[in-house]
Design a protein around this ligand. Structure first.
Ligand code: PLP
Length: 452
């Protein structure tokens, strides 16, 4: 599997108990020396090498990866053109500190982003190293540009774990437990999940959950705790990621745009997980015909190298030198990987995400007809959530069943990961083929049958 010339495997191959003996040693060392705060799932994968959609663990077991390192390896693991771009750049210039010096990579990627992001042009880009930093940038910029300091965010959202973004994040209690009061003044609104509409029918009119959320903001927040002219920004994921792969309703995102325009509030769309081709378009916002004022991007943009960007309308990003910067942000090697990633995405992988995603979704819907425990199959492109319930009459959440399915898939060589309380997320590399999907669905089917 290591050499690019070798034919990729067709199926996973599990040869040892999981984890195997070498894996166990690494897990033991990790338990002794590494922070226990990582939210690792109940199955234990100890990766050694990976190529395309295939991951080999330290004991020689081969897995089909439908998680892509949590929606990061958009072009597949170690795509040969990404590897070459990284190697060539590493031999030329690894670091220079773009906050103090110039190099061609920063304007090159910023110019490319100006062409493709769902933000009205002209734009400017600030470079960071991760999703949470891209969000921190957006928050600081919104406060700086508006002179306001309140934010509106949504329950079950995930925007990162540093103190500013943590004030927005609300997908699990463990993320905040022990950290006392939050750094920013954020009010949370129920997210308009159409499968589990949190609003009363009379509050939704004929606009469903989306209208319910808009009414909540305009009729409740704006008239009580949160006067609109004190709100710097509304921060939203077009498709909630960690919260359970829940796409926003179209009328909701479009309504947020209207509310923002009416009150001089900025719309920050967090595309950290949903961006870079994952939903079958370059950005999830494109499904909604909505343009943000500020967009946050990370994960899939670097094919595995750490890079996060905050792109804003140029007139907003008019802060002075020293207002915000990062030593490593926009490192030349990471940007070389990002430019190559975008080339590959535009060269066919976004299209593949749409096509193979539709094929995968159809297969999952077929399984939904077979199993009463699949309450909902939702999503776009290769960002699909499968929500497990006790039965479709009650639609009661079945988190333990979801966990059992996750483990049963792993034991059969399929890597998939939970999101939210009772959903399994499908976020494979965007190079996934229909042949891969057939194998993955066969394993998923067997795993569900064995978990009931
Ligand atoms: N925003 C979204 C939508 C995410 O899904 C994540 C990570 O899962 C983040 C922000 C934070 O990204 P990072 O873990 O790179 O800080």
């Amino acid at each position: 599997m290591s050499a690019n010339t070798m034919a990729p495997p067709k199926r996973p191959e599990i040869k040892t108990a999981l984890p195997g003996p070498k894996g166990k040693e690494i897990i033991a060392a990790d338990a002794e020396f590494v922070t226990p705060s990582y939210p690792r799932p109940s199955f234990k994968l100890v990766a050694d090498r990976a190529q395309g959609v295939w991951v080999e663990d330290v004991d020689g077991n081969t897995f089909l990866d439908c998680n892509a390192g949590v929606a990061v390896c958009s072009t597949g693991h170690c795509h040969p053109e990404i590897v070459s771009a990284i190697q060539e750049q590493a031999a030329q210039l690894i670091h220079m500190c773009g906050t103090d010096y110039y190099y061609r990579h920063m304007p090159a990627l910023a110019k490319k982003l100006d062409e493709i992001v769902p933000v009205a042009r002209p734009t400017r880009t600030h470079f960071a190293n991760s999703g949470t930093e891209a969000v921190e940038t957006a928050l600081k910029l919104a406060m700086h540009a508006t002179g306001r300091e309140k934010f509106i965010a949504f329950f079950n959202s995930f925007h990162g774990r540093t103190l500013g973004s943590l004030s927005l994040t609300s997908s699990r209690a463990a993320q905040r437990l022990g950290f006392k009061r939050q750094a920013l003044d954020v009010v949370h609104v129920p997210f308009p999940n159409e499968f589990r509409n949190p609003f009363r029918a009379e509050d939704c009119g004929d606009g469903g959950a989306g209208q319910g959320a808009l009414n909540w903001i305009e009729e409740r927040l704006f008239k009580t705790t949160t006067p609109p002219d004190e709100v710097a920004a509304i921060v939203v994921e077009a498709v909630q990621g960690e919260g359970g792969y829940v796409p926003a309703p179209k009328n909701f995102l479009q309504g947020l745009r209207r509310i923002c325009d009416e009150h001089g509030i900025l719309l920050i769309v967090d595309e950290v997980q949903s961006g870079m081709g994952r939903t079958g378009k370059m950005f999830a916002c494109e499904h909604y015909d909505v343009k943000a004022d500020i967009v946050c991007i990370a994960k899939g943009i670097g094919s595995g190298l750490p890079i996060g960007v905050c792109v804003a309308r140029a007139e907003l990003m008019n802060w002075k030198p020293g207002a915000h910067a990062s030593t490593f942000g926009g490192n030349p090697v990471c940007i070389a990987a990002a430019l190559k990633t975008i080339e590959l995405l535009q060269g066919g992988l976004v299209k593949n995400s749409a096509e193979v995603g539709a094929y995968l979704k159809a297969g999952l819907e077929k399984l939904q007809r077979k199993y009463d425990c699949i309450g909902d199959v939702r999503g776009m492109g290769l960002m699909i959530g499968v929500e497990f319930v006790t039965d479709r009459d009650s639609n009661r959440a079945a988190p333990e069943l979801r966990d059992r399915v996750e483990i049963a898939c792993f034991e059969r060589g399929l890597i998939i990961l939970g999101a939210g309380a009772n959903t399994i997320r499908w976020s494979p590399p965007l190079i996934l083929t229909k042949e891969n999907v057939d194998v993955a669905l066969e394993i998923f089917d067997a795993a569900i049958a064995a978990s009931l």
